[in-house]
Design a protein around this ligand. Structure first.
Ligand SMILES: NC(=O)c1ccc[n+]([C@@H]2O[C@H](COP(=O)([O-])OP(=O)(O)OC[C@H]3O[C@@H](n4cnc5c(N)ncnc54)[C@H](O)[C@@H]3O)[C@@H](O)[C@H]2O)c1
Length: 326
């Protein structure tokens, strides 16, 4: 099976490609993957083709790169390319072009392709707003308080309607905030959630822009990638008519994250985190729920991390290969 991954050069896209190539989707081996991204795909494997371009640029679509990618054996399109939350809030036009317009264009390309591929859309807990009873039930409608959340919510509706009409076989995964992201901070409003762990572990100061008591809905990269592959593997009938799933996560306050950091790396690491409130970041992140109801996804075989300490362990294993005492 051939799989297309938009955002294949990104944090999750590259990890998803690696995972796809080492396993099966719905019982079928993945024989090749096409990454479509502004940047080249970092996965070095002969089975990966890397197409670089802007999915929101009409020339990119019209020049046929999307058509070039779609083939008779294309079994799935994983749409992960996006402008992340703070950037989409700062640049409304860019967010609408990439997060909404390009999603519809991709769906149209799939609709008119004979293979009728599975279409996986990476949505976000940012489709929800404040004041909802928690954990937020799956049936509660989106009430975003950011342009990013609104764009993701519109993408969710499109994927569901294209699926209802039989144009694609869609599945929408609402991702928790993924920690610990390696490398540098990005333009997601939740970027601090990784920084306050990653930087102190490397002996570097970090700034926390939100209150210590704020609960966050978190998942590790390992768990979310496993869940994305699982979402692709389930057949449409198992998912039912409504194709939107809350992916499992853990409810952890900032304070509890720092407690875990201290257990792993001592008080000196915790002392490297400084609280400096940032109203713009708080307005976005504090509007997101700290927990989503996940009974149905768990019953369908999706996984959650065991606890936040395990997320830190996994980060250290993956990125630094450190030997841990416990
Ligand atoms: N990481 C998280 O915590 C998180 C949480 C919720 C939802 N998500 C969603 O998951 C998906 C992947 O997130 P990520 O953390 O890997 O993000 P990322 O920023 O690391 O990767 C996104 C990729 O999209 C590419 N991209 C952006 N605009 C593009 C364009 N116009 N044309 C082509 N490529 C473009 C970027 O170059 C980048 O490689 C996104 O849709 C994001 O909204 C992520």
């Amino acid at each position: 099976m051939h799989v297309i991954v938009t955002g294949g050069a990104g944090f999750l896209g590259a990890r998803l490609i690696q995972q796809l190539l080492s396993g099966k989707v719905g019982g079928q081996a993945v024989t090749r993957v096409t990454s479509i991204d502004l940047a080249p795909c970092p996965v070095t494997d002969d089975r990966v083709e890397s197409l670089t371009g802007d999915i929101a640029d009409p020339d990119f679509i019209e020049s046929g790169l999307i058509q070039q990618a779609l083939a008779d054996d294309t079994g799935a399109v994983c749409h992960l390319a996006a402008v992340v939350s703070s950037q989409a809030e700062a640049d409304f036009e860019l967010g609408m072009r990439v997060n909404l317009d390009a999603t519809r264009t991709l769906l149209e390309a799939c609709r008119h392709h004979s293979a009728r591929p599975r279409f996986l859309f990476a949505s976000s807990l940012a489709v929800f707003g404040p004041g909802l009873s928690q954990p937020v039930p799956e049936a509660v409608g989106p009430q975003p308080r950011s342009s990013y959340g609104a764009q993701k919510a519109m993408g969710e509706l499109l994927v569901n309607d294209y699926s209802r009409r039989g144009f694609v076989d869609g599945r929408v995964c609402r991702l928790p905030t993924i920690v610990v992201r390696p490398g540098k901070p990005n333009q997601a409003a939740s970027s601090f959630a990784s920084s306050i762990i990653r930087e102190p572990l490397a002996g570097v100061e970090a700034v926390c822009p939100v209150d210590a008591g704020l609960p966050l809905w978190l998942s590790s990269p390992r768990a979310v990638v496993a869940n994305l592959v699982h979402a692709l593997s389930l057949d449409g009938e198992t998912l039912g008519d409504w194709r939107t799933l809350n992916l499992p996560g853990l409810t952890v306050t900032v304070e509890e994250m720092l407690d875990a950091l201290e257990r792993q790396a001592g008080t000196s690491a915790r002392d490297l985190v400084r609280f400096e409130p940032d109203a713009a970041i708080d307005a976005i992140v504090a509007s997101w729920p700290g927990g989503l109801a996940v009974e149905r996804p768990l019953s369908l075989g999706f996984q959650a991390d065991s606890d936040f300490d395990a997320i830190i362990h996994a980060y250290l294993d993956d990125e630094r290969g450190d030997e841990l005492d416990n």
